[in-house]
Design a protein around this ligand. Structure first.
Ligand SMILES: [Zn+2]
Length: 105
């Protein structure tokens, strides 16, 4: 069982949403814990739980997205791979398109 480092009050603290994520540092670990709590330990895209989750930039860094926590979510590996560096809107549109294609046959 992982230790939850953020209580509800800190979770909603705007200063935390403004923290910049730095992978590999203590701050990064705490931010990951914050995200796990915020997203109920589920993939932000497909809702999968009990799977390894990766910190994901909603607006890709390569497209000018920030490292701020408000730009971060959690994604399972399949979703992370599928999304790649696409903008979130394009990724969701693609999901929708493939769903439609699937239901149409
Ligand atoms: Zn997923």
């Amino acid at each position: 069982m992982e230790r939850v480092r953020f209580d509800t009050q800190r979770l909603n603290h705007p200063e935390i949403a403004g923290i910049e994520y730095q992978q590999g540092e203590l701050l990064g670990y705490e931010v990951r814990e914050y995200l796990l709590t915020k997203w109920n330990r589920q993939c932000a895209y497909c809702g999968a739980s009990d799977v390894p989750l990766q910190v994901e930039h909603i607006h890709p860094k390569s497209k000018g997205g920030s490292n701020r926590v408000s730009n971060l979510c959690l994604a399972c590996q399949p979703c992370n791979l599928k999304k790649g560096t696409q903008p979130i809107k394009q990724f969701l549109a693609m999901q929708l398109t493939s769903d439609l294609r699937y239901s149409v046959g």
